[in-house]
Design a protein around this ligand. Structure first.
Ligand code: DLL
Length: 436
């Protein structure tokens, strides 16, 4: 038995359904979902083409007969062409930013918002949140689903909230010093920024009141978890979600911290080879595809997330029988192909943390000056290792180069930059600059 760092609690009995009960519930909900999705012209046409009706869905495997949905499909029906309910039934709209300038909107009925708060409450409780806690939310409150999603989840648990929102790091530190929250909620990269700014203000981040953290919204590595936990003196939990599917609350870690439980009574997950779209084996990495089977405003069918992760079907010691997803290794659209080799930014991050001696702030710049791709890895030095001695700097560069080579098989040009010179973001960190 794994020793849990705190008492294991379950928020909702539905999290512990047996596999048979869960499958029966998923099938009934999938049939309903297909009936509701037929209100959306995109799906109505796609169902007709694939000859699918709600009655023709006889087993969970039939999900594979349904059409897929991509971000481009949502964009093509901008702003709200995927609504399955009248506009007057919409209680709230959120959006995810895209590279095209216009966001992709997602809509919620009052019942969807109720469900969403419950889903967030589930993973927060699984990861140690209790009614007596104070939670500091440093996610943006706005179209981004992070702030409001987590906010109402915390409220549902009955804990108290400091809705600090994103940006102005010294102010976050002041609020944490004065209001003494137990739990920090933000992106993992922003947690590091909070630790760094606290240090520069003469505040040891380990001395702050924070005991737990729930991080999500961007990929991070296990080494990064170790580093954040050391720097801030807390226990960090991973949670995952995306706006198109609901926002945060799709999955999250329990006290065992061995994968994120997917909330399968509301989302059917598939893990597919992104090229062939055939299912991959259990534990193998593939693209996650989700069907949101209970959402009213925008039931989404087989949404291609572009997130690469693996699925572990084993029941967990915490009592939940839901499948668990691994950390997201990267996104198919984040994956760099360097001289023919696939490289994910998370692999570079792992190499940097292994090499040590630098701050966890980096940029990957890819260029093609001639026929070949060239990668420059710009890494910030730590103030204490920032040294004028050429020989020490060279040794550090060589070390990083060796680790990157051993993890990715690709040689990079390492550029060490002065502390505090790479741009910070209060939300998701931008790591890759592909100038090819
Ligand atoms: O980031 C929802 C969210 C907010 C989840 C706060 C957790 C906490 P989007 O802005 O639509 O929604 O971005 C979704 O972010 O497809 C992943 O690529 C990435 N992502 C989210 N959580 C994680 C995570 C929110 N824990 C996209 N690990 C997703 C890795 C994550 N990547």
């Amino acid at each position: 038995m794994t020793e849990f760092p705190f008492e294991n609690r379950i928020w909702d009995e539905a999290e512990c359904l047996s596999r048979d009960e869960l499958n029966a519930l998923q099938l009934a909900r999938l049939q309903d979902c297909v009936a509701r999705a037929a209100q959306v012209s995109f799906y109505r046409e796609a169902f007709a083409q694939a000859k699918v009706t709600p009655e023709s869905i006889k087993s969970l495997d039939d999900v594979r007969r349904l059409p897929m949905t991509t971000k481009d499909d949502l964009r093509d029906h901008y702003p709200l062409g995927f609504l399955a309910v009248p506009r007057s039934d919409i209680a709230r709209v959120h959006g995810s930013s895209g590279t095209t300038g216009k966001p992709t909107f997602v809509a919620y009925t009052a019942a969807d918002l109720e469900l969403w708060a419950n889903l967030c409450a589930r993973f927060l409780v699984a990861g140690g949140l209790r009614p007596e806690h104070v939670a500091h939310v440093a996610f943006g409150y706005g179209l981004f689903t992070g702030g409001f999603g987590l906010h109402y989840g915390i409220e549902r648990v009955g804990a108290s909230i400091v809705p600090a929102a994103a940006g102005n790091t010294p102010r976050h530190i002041m609020l944490i010093q004065d209001l003494e929250p137990d739990v920090l909620i933000c992106t993992p990269s922003y947690a590091l920024q909070i630790a760094e700014v606290a240090q520069s203000m003469g505040q040891d981040p380990r001395e702050l009141s924070l005991q737990f953290a729930h991080f999500g919204g961007e990929p991070w590595t296990e080494d990064m978890r170790v580093q954040i936990e050391e720097e801030l003196g807390l226990l960090a939990f991973n949670n995952y979600g995306l706006s198109e599917v609901i926002g945060p609350g799709v999955s999250g870690e329990c006290a065992a911290r061995d994968g994120m439980h997917i909330q399968e009574d509301h989302f059917i997950v598939e893990c597919l080879d992104p090229e062939s779209l055939e299912p991959v084996e259990d534990y193998a990495f593939g693209e996650l595809v989700f069907t949101a089977i209970t959402k009213e405003a925008m039931p989404i069918i087989r949404y291609r997330t572009r997130d690469i992760a693996a699925i572990d079907p084993c029941p967990c010691e915490c009592g939940r029988n839901t499948v668990r997803m691994s950390r997201v290794m990267g996104r198919t659209d984040d994956m760099l192909i360097i001289r023919g080799v696939n490289v994910f930014p998370s692999q570079i991050e792992e190499a940097l943390l292994r090499a040590g001696g630098t701050a966890p702030h980096y940029q990957i710049v890819v260029e093609r000056p001639g026929a070949l791709d060239e990668v420059t890895l710009r890494v910030e030095m730590r103030p204490e290792t920032f040294s004028d001695k050429m020989s020490q700097m060279q040794a550090l560069r060589d070390n990083i180069d060796r680790e990157v080579m051993s993890i990715t098989g690709v040689r990079v040009h390492v550029e060490l930059v002065e502390p505090q010179t790479l741009e910070r973001s209060p939300g998701k960190a931008k790591r890759v600059f592909d100038n090819r």
